[in-house]
Design a protein around this ligand. Sequence first.
Ligand code: PLP
Length: 398
Amino acid sequence: MKFDPASNIQDLLQFGEYGDVNPSVCDSATFTFMQAKTMLETFKGEAEGCFLYSRHWNPSNKYLADAIAAMEGSEAAWVTASGMGAITSAILQICNAGDHIVSSMTTYGGTYAFLSNYIKKFDISVTFVNITDLAQVKAAIRPNTKIIYTETMTNPMLEISDIPALAAMAHEHGLKLVVDNTFTPMMVSPSKFGADVVVYSLTKFVNGKNDCVAGAICGSLEFINALIDVNNGTAMLLGPVLDPLRSSSILKNMHTLHIRMQQHSKNALYLSEKLSEMGLRVIYPGLKDHKGHELLKSMYNPAFGFGGMLAIDVKIAEKASELMEKMEKEGVGYLAVSLGYFKTLFSNSGKSTSSEVPDDIQKEMGLSDGLIRFSVGLDHDIERTFERIKISLKEVGL
Ligand code: PLP
């Protein structure tokens, strides 16, 4: 049967102890036991269904984690206080001092900073590669490599990673493929194509409301249990756990994700086509001239389209600023970082979410000073939005 992330979420029987259709929020840090013996067994991971302490598990977090695992098609998941909490915990769980990582050069700026600067503290080295060049990825693998790291659709260049090929390469060399699927929830299910660990910033499309930051780590039950192991688990010991009140609100938003993804994709495709007809340089994986178009089609779930992210390149940073200010005034959306919101958000990537990436690396990855990344919203009338963008472009002389 075809893998259907939306129906998998819909079919979860998650209700509260009073039959409350939204499971009750478990507003407790700790849990009581009637017998001291059960507490001991829970500590050892031998008591099924018992909760101990909320940094480890909380029922509300478990509901959300189960929904994420159902969406992703992974055996298990664990929810974190941010996307960075998910990324850093997953990486530090797999690597030890002296290990090596092969990573896509194009990743979210925070991830790039973690891999290029912070991780040196642990004596872990990283080689950055063009992830679309499989020969380059292979050549970068060393005897001490532990991870191939990438994003399904990279931030901000919107390149497409060949997940099945990268998974095959990783497994051939005994490595783990770790994939950030933040831009493409439901559209692509990396676990189904062999990714060992899939991380999400739930802050973005999955929650969709921009009212909190949150993240998730998906993987095998063995990996998730190792992450929360009381003696050696990175998540248990560094403690980036999500607040259960937030889990509860994100869980409710997941039930509309499939509808939102369809609308984000429909609107982004419309704007991409119209803007490229005007002669602008548009990067959108749904356009036939995008290098990763066919590859994405070989992995995506067509019901959810090509995603809500697009970029235009106006070449000069000052021009990008002028245009973004004008678009905000015209009511196109907000000049803001982040993505997956119901309103359109736009920012100049090189000067914002990728500003951690040094200028020479920005050049190498093809990130121009004038690249404006759009997270296209759920606009009811996208033709009206396009008219507003057209007015803004004209007013700044583009
Ligand atoms: N991964 C991607 C692709 C992102 O764009 C971001 C943030 O912009 C993150 C991870 C980090 O997520 P968070 O801000 O929830 O920590």
